[in-house]
Design a protein around this ligand. Structure first.
Ligand code: FAD
Length: 401
């Protein structure tokens, strides 16, 4: 069967990665058509509209990773974008603090990684830390990252979407990708044909990739991130993060200052039971629930990558006093009563290697002359979106027939 080509490029998913790629394609191929297929009724409905809104600086990642390659430049590009278009940005910086002597080695490793990645970092003693944020606590030493900041991801998504519409990108909302047969792409609204397919479907990217013969060794393991908002009695001047466990992709419970200056605590990394398991039984999917629960049970049993300890530790954070207690070593005089409401949950599309049973730490892209699949676009993919999109479009240009 043959179909009239409906679009030169078909992007599946109007999250930040899909939209950043659309922008890059428009720049590189102004004469070719770009269509974005989105199953929801608006752009950025999932992770791209539910994240911490932190523009990371790029000092957590080893220099050989894609995350390190794109984070520093992505931070600069988003900063310029927000300033140019008068979108809110809070250039509050970030401190990384230690809780005891055992964490000093990891703090030094962060400093080494920052230097290798060309990211500005300032080592601090306790007095210098107090000058930046008097309420922050540390064990003898800390780090300051001046480039880390906060934006409002929902406003950024909306702004980018408007710009793309004006530049001629076509969006098809409420229209899910279903399957494909050679060049025919079956969607909820009918069948179309695309010159090149780019899968940026976030929580569902692994399944779509398998449909095209990719992502054989991987599956998405969803982790829920929740935030607890503080009232105005707790206003901090900078983000405060603990030293992370560098073997794990999550950054630990931390304080984020939002673009509007509010303080929030979190996010958690609680194992979810289906891919869009935001709250209660919302968006319940029996097939996914069976798959995810089976997988999580076997990870619990074998304690692969410390999953059992992680799950027990994370689930306890649903209890507000416990979450606040975990954050208490980072900030002086913290009280549960200062935290008034939970924010909108977000879910990380974390990739698990089924063979090694380890979490994938870096972004992954797999593709050929007909399609490209973006897997594991987890944090800091929002920060990285523009340079990551340039890298992907370069790859597509060299592969495409
Ligand atoms: C709790 C949390 C905190 C985070 N904090 C930060 C941070 O501070 N800084 C940072 O840089 N990053 C952060 N991130 C990471 C960042 O939000 C994500 O990496 C980024 O948003 C991923 O974008 P995406 O476009 O790949 O995915 P998504 O935003 O999930 O977009 C994928 C889109 O594909 C659509 N889709 C799925 N299946 C189909 C289908 N079959 N047909 C059509 N459309 C489909 C979905 O509806 C969705 O709109 C955080 C993430 C979470 C969850």
């Amino acid at each position: 069967m043959s179909f009239r080509k409906t679009t030169d490029f078909l992007i599946i998913g109007a999250g930040i990665i899909g939209m950043a790629i659309a922008r890059e394609l428009r720049e590189c191929f102004p004469d070719q058509s770009v269509t974005v297929l989105e199953k929801e009724s608006e752009p950025g409905f999932h992770a791209s509209g539910r994240n911490s809104g932190v523009l990371h600086a790029g000092f957590y990642y080893t220099a050989d990773s894609l995350k390190a390659r794109f984070c520093r430049d992505g931070n600069r590009e988003w900063t310029d974008y927000c300033l140019q278009h008068r979108l809110p940005i809070n250039r509050c910086g970030k401190v990384v603090v230690t809780r005891d002597a055992n964490e000093l080695e990891s703090l030094d490793e962060l400093l080494r990684r920052g230097r290798a990645n060309g990211v500005e970092l300032q080592p601090l003693d306790e007095k210098q830390l107090a000058d930046i944020e008097p309420r922050a606590r540390t064990f003898s030493r800390a780090l300051f990252s001046p480039a880390t900041s906060s934006i409002d991801p929902q406003l950024c998504n909306q702004h980018l979407y408007q710009q793309l519409c004006e530049s001629g990108v076509h969006f098809s909302f409420n229209n899910a990708y279903h399957s494909h047969m050679k060049e025919a792409i079956r969607t909820a609204a009918g069948t179309l044909s695309a010159g090149y397919v780019i899968n940026t479907a976030g929580l569902h990217a692994d399944r779509i990739a398998r449909d095209f013969g990719f992502s054989d060794d991987y599956t998405i393991l969803p982790f829920k991130g929740l935030y607890l908002y503080a009232n105005d009695s707790l206003r901090l001047s900078t983000h405060i993060y603990p030293v992370p466990d560098l073997n794990n992709p999550f950054l630990g419970v931390h304080f984020t200052v939002t673009a509007a200056g509010k303080t929030k605590l979190g996010p958690t990394a609680i194992p979810a039971f289906w891919r869009e398991h935001y709250r209660g039984l919302q968006r319940f999917n029996l097939r996914e629930c069976r798959e995810v629960v089976r997988l999580e049970s076997s990870l619990l049993l074998c304690n692969s990558f410390g999953f059992r300890d992680l799950a027990v530790h994370e689930i306890s954070k649903y209890y507000k006093p416990r979450l606040v207690r975990l954050a208490a070593p980072l900030v002086d005089d913290l009280r549960t009563s200062q935290f008034t409401y939970w924010g909108r949950a977000g879910i990380r599309a974390q990739l698990l290697n089924i063979k090694t049973r380890q979490l994938e730490m870096d972004f992954r892209c797999e593709g050929d002359e007909r399609s490209m699949h973006v897997l594991n676009a987890v944090s800091p993919a929002y920060t990285c979106a523009f340079p990551f999109a340039r890298y992907l479009v370069d790859k597509i240009r060299s592969l495409r027939k």
